[in-house]
Design a protein around this ligand. Structure first.
Ligand code: AMP
Length: 547
């Protein structure tokens, strides 16, 4: 017997409709690429998203067409989120931090028909436009006063396009399983692969993001996503904020400590989200200038492991609760969220810290399990670690155009490529990416744990650990360190600091001081480049072992 409930498709336009109808006066504030602060409301955002949908229709865009963006977090990009997907076309957020050849590959693979581009990236597109095979036109996301002299062909001015259109547009109804947006993974090996989201998965993911034990968004929040809208949909915030009518503060292109701080302070931001490198810049700026953030209640840190030292600074010095979250592009992206249990919350802070440094607890809608290399499920005891597998309402079931073949096992589980522990309270701890784990004498050393421990040293700005060949143990850890400006520290100081904080056999065999640690286009440590950098390096311990 079926239940007697109305059939209504879960479509993305309903999010902006709800925000405009019931939180219509709530603000969206943008630091524009042109410079000035722009303010308007959810009601305005819906009207302009509809104008955009009319403009796209006039350009001949149809259901399923891919529309690329090369854009920062701004109100215009937000309008693309709703105008493009609302129409039934697919919003393809290109990551401008990738190499131009990768961008060309991705835009051609996706068969983007139009690309919406911020002023910053016009020179980039000019250089590669002749290689873009499917692109019929480019829309520069600015007004006529700021339109640049450009060699781009078939170019339109965003504001002129919108100005010519009516604000009346009836969002079409279609199957909730229709594709809504497309985001390519950075692909450390092989070509980038496209993750194709649905309207249904996106709306369900937004409900989850708002849950109290996930990001806990409400209409009383002012949310500043530092995480880019081209990185896994700004971790869902561009959808979740309208779903609950939270004020949105969009930082545009300036993500340095001062710019982010000023926006947070001026707009009374209560909640933010970003990768650890961004928070490092913000924390350094606040420390240098003796500033605080009285309105901020919490911040989400994810994308890479949040170092315990960073969590401590946010919580004890600035009274900002850290939500350490984990996920991936293939997961829309949220999988776990570090909201504490009641029992843990009552512990003294230093006893809570080990839990906060874990990647968080599994959220409703996502299933996780860990297995050994023979596919046997491992216990959820917080100790056993193995391959992390997932399935759920917003997890990919295959890459765009079948790239990478079948990615699910018989039980529909997707292998995340992460190695992790799970415990009985649902806490998950990433010990490594499967390919970064250091295999020493048949045992595994977690590069993330070592990095975390080293980051606790007051002179260390950033730390990265890679496995280096060792004649006796196969691999041993090499610790690479960037020191904080003006701080002096030796290998012996670091070794003495680590002593007692990690197992003896995990102690790095050497410490190398480097000027910079390479990062990927999504802010992760680029271990492939680091390994390449150290490919001719020999560990001091290798010689002794070989003798
Ligand atoms: P991406 O799809 O680019 O967001 O990358 C997803 C990958 O980033 C995951 O599979 C993890 O390896 C890594 N990652 C994301 N969040 C965290 C975290 N909190 N701690 C450690 N690694 C993380």
């Amino acid at each position: 017997m079926l239940g007697l409930i109305q059939e209504k498709q879960l479509l993305i336009h309903t999010l902006i409709d709800y925000a405009a109808d019931y939180h219509g006066r709530t603000e969206i504030v943008t630091r524009t690429v042109e410079g000035p602060i722009h303010r308007y409301t959810y009601a305005d955002a819906r009207q302009r998203s509809k104008q955009l949908a009319n403009a796209l229709t006039r350009l001949g865009v149809k259901l399923g067409d891919r529309i690329g963006t090369l854009a920062w977090n701004t109100h215009r990009h937000l309008e693309c989120y709703y105008g493009v997907s609302g129409l039934g076309a697919v919003l393809h957020t290109l990551n401008p931090r990738l190499f131009p050849e990768q961008i060309v590959y991705i835009a051609n693979h996706a068969e983007d028909s139009y690309i919406f581009v911020d002023l910053t990236f016009v020179p980039l597109l000019e250089k590669v436009q002749d290689e873009l095979k499917s692109v019929k036109g480019i829309v520069v996301m600015t007004d006529s006063a700021h339109m640049p002299q450009t060699t781009l062909k078939n170019v339109h001015c965003y504001e002129d396009l919108l100005a010519a259109e009516s604000t009346e547009f009836e969002w079409p109804e279609f199957d909730e399983k229709t594709a809504s947006s497309l985001c390519y993974t950075s692909g450390t090996t092989g070509n980038p692969k496209g993750v194709l989201y649905q309207h249904r998965s996106t709306v369900l993911h937004s409900f989850a993001a708002c849950m109290g034990d996930c990001l806990g968004l409400t209409s009383r929040d002012a949310v500043l996503p530092v995480v880019p809208m081209f990185h896994a949909n700004a971790w869902g915030l561009a959808y979740a904020a309208p779903m609950c009518g939270a004020k949105l503060v969009l930082p545009g292109k300036d993500l340095d400590g001062k710019s982010v701080y000023d926006l947070m302070a001026d707009e009374k931001v209560t909640m933010s989200a970003g990768v650890p490198t961004v928070w490092l810049m913000l924390l350094n700026y606040m420390e240098e200038h003796g500033l605080g953030l009285p309105d901020m209640s919490r911040t989400v840190i994810g994308g890479s492991a949040a170092p315990a030292s960073m969590i401590r600074t946010f919580e004890t010095k600035y009274d900002v609760t850290v939500i350490h979250a984990w996920g991936m592009t293939e997961m829309s992206p949220l999988g776990t969220s570090g909201v504490m249990t009641k029992a843990i919350e009552q512990l003294p802070f230093e006893e809570q810290l080990p839990y906060k440094a874990k990647q968080g607890r599994v959220i409703y809608g996502v299933e996780l399990k860990i297995t050994d290399d023979e596919d046997n499920e491992l216990p959820r005891d917080g100790v056993a670690f193995g391959n992390l597998l997932t399935r759920g309402y917003w997890i990919t079931n295959g890459y765009f155009k079948g790239e990478g073949g079948n990615v699910l096992d018989n039980g529909n589980w997707f292998n995340t490529g992460d190695v992790a522990t799970l415990d009985e309270d649902g806490f998950m701890t990433i010990t490594d990416r499967a390919k970064d784990v250091i295999k020493s004498g048949g045992e595994w050393i977690s590069s993330i744990d070592l990095e975390n421990a080293a980051m606790g040293h007051p002179a260390v700005a950033e730390a990265a650990v890679i496995g280096i060949f060792h004649p006796k143990w196969d691999e041993r850890p090499l610790l690479c360190i960037v020191t904080k400006a003006g701080k002096d520290v030796s290998k012996d100081d670091i070794m003495a600091f680590l002593d007692g904080k990690i197992a003896k056999w995990w102690m790095p065999d050497d410490v190398q001081f480097v000027d910079e640690i390479p990062h990927t286009a999504t802010g992760k440590i680029q271990k492939t480049t680091l390994r390449e950098q150290f490919k001719d390096y020999t560990l001091p311990t290798a010689q002794t072992a070989a003798d």
